[in-house]
Every structure is written in C-alpha cells, then in structure tokens.
Design a protein around this ligand. Structure first.
Ligand SMILES: Cc1cc2nc3c(=O)[nH]c(=O)nc-3n(C[C@H](O)[C@H](O)[C@H](O)COP(=O)(O)O)c2cc1C
Length: 209
C-alpha cells in the first residue's frame, strides 16, 4: 500500500512539473501594453493583411483602422500594378481618406501592408509621412503578407520613414497572389496557422507575456 502511495505521489509530482513547464512554454497570452495605447493600422486589398490585423487585434486589443484612400485604386489588378509603379517612380503620395485623431495618444503602433512591386505600398508611405512625426519615441511594429516573393524593401523603408521610433522585428507570411487569381487565402486552416505564428511572434517581441 505504502509503495502504491509513493508511486502515486511521484506520478502526481511529475504531472505537476510537466504542466507548469507547458504553462511557461505556452505563456499566459496576456498583453504587456494597455489596449488604449495600441493602434493597429493596415492596408489590404484582398483581405489577407486584414486577417493578420484582426488576429493581432484579438490578441492585443487596441484601435483597429483600415487605411482608405481619397481615390481608391482601380479594381483591375494590372491597372493597379501600373499605377503603383508610376507612383513609386514619381514619389507620389496618395492622399488618405482615413484620419487618425491624436496619434500621439498611442505608445505602440502596428502597421500592416502587402508587398507591392517588392516595395512598401504608396498609401503606407503617405501614412508614415503624415503621421510619422508624432511617432517619435514610440514603438512601431510592422506586419506583411505577400504573394510568395517576401517583404522586398518594405521593412527597410518603414525603418527609414520612422527614424526616431523603436521599430521592432516585423511579421511576414505568404498571403494571396492576385496575379494568379488567388485572393483571400488566410482563412480556415491557414488562418489557424497564421494565428499560431502571430502569437509566437508577439511573444518574441514581448507584446504578449
Ligand atoms: C499591385 C500589387 C503588387 C503586388 N506585388 C507583389 C510583389 O512584388 N511581390 C509579392 O510577393 N506579391 C505581390 N503582390 C501580392 C500581394 O502582396 C499579396 O497578394 C498579399 O497577400 C495581398 O494582401 P491583401 O490581401 O491584404 O491585399 C502584389 C499585389 C498587388 C495588388
């Protein structure tokens, strides 16, 4: 009987040690920033970047804002690619319809965008030109989706446009490929995978405990 009790005790201790270990590996998923200090701004045409923005919003809270233009891009993909190429060439910054009230009230600003022509989309350049000043001393966190060719120069350009902010390591994952008729792909099982990857990243940059 004593032997059985001892083995049972040892077993319970083992389970206890194991469960506390998995707890520390998984974390508590508590955000380290007050939600009213967090802004999540994103640009999304076919909703892949939007899906990532919504995952971040669910985990961290804060104000979620989709960037809209005064004059939206054409629906046609090719026409959009051409317009973006011209804007990049001339440095044109498309005016934004979206206005952010008192951006200085936020300490952490997430900025999400797709890769366009291997560069940062012009509307994000507009946003950072317009609002980058008050982000001095604040934390800027970027996230990206792309058609399989990666971030290009996007992350570097954000750093250059926010020289006085603390720009943390960004998140990127493959989204759709409008060129090949692939629109929203971060849904269903892929959205679950995205959620796991986003949470892991948020813990790495200490936004989640
Ligand atoms: C105008 C335009 C240009 C694009 N250029 C690239 C590119 O250079 N490299 C790449 O990997 N994907 C490119 N893509 C694909 C998008 O980055 C990809 O589909 C992304 O997931 C779209 O995000 P969204 O669904 O949030 O709009 C481009 C898409 C568009 C509309």
């Amino acid at each position: 009987m004593k032997m059985i009790m001892h083995s049972l005790l040892a077993f319970l201790l083992l389970i206890g040690a194991w469960s506390s270990q998995t707890e520390s590996v998984q974390g508590t998923d508590e955000a380290t920033v007050a939600p009213n200090k967090v802004l999540i701004v994103y640009l999304s045409r076919t909703n892949n970047t939007k899906a990532i923005a919504e995952i971040i919003h669910r985990q961290v809270g804060g104000k979620l804002v989709a960037l809209e233009l005064e004059k939206p891009y054409p629906e046609n993909y090719r026409a959009t690619v051409e317009q973006v190429a011209k804007e990049n060439e001339t440095g044109f910054l498309p005016p934004l319809r979206t206005k952010i009230d008192n951006i200085g009230q936020y300490n952490v600003v997430f900025v999400g965008f797709p890769t366009w022509g291997m560069q940062l989309p012009p509307p994000i350049k507009s946003f950072l030109r317009q609002y980058g000043g008050p982000l001095k001393g604040k934390t800027v966190i970027q996230f990206n989706t792309n058609g399989g060719h990666g971030i290009g120069s996007t992350f570097q350009t954000v750093k250059e446009l926010c020289p006085n902010s603390n720009v943390l390591d960004g998140f990127t994952m493959r989204g759709g490929s409008e060129r090949d008729g692939q629109l929203l792909v971060i849904e269903g099982a892929r959205a679950k995978e995205a959620e796991t990857a986003v949470m892991k990243w948020l813990r790495t940059i200490n936004i989640l405990k």
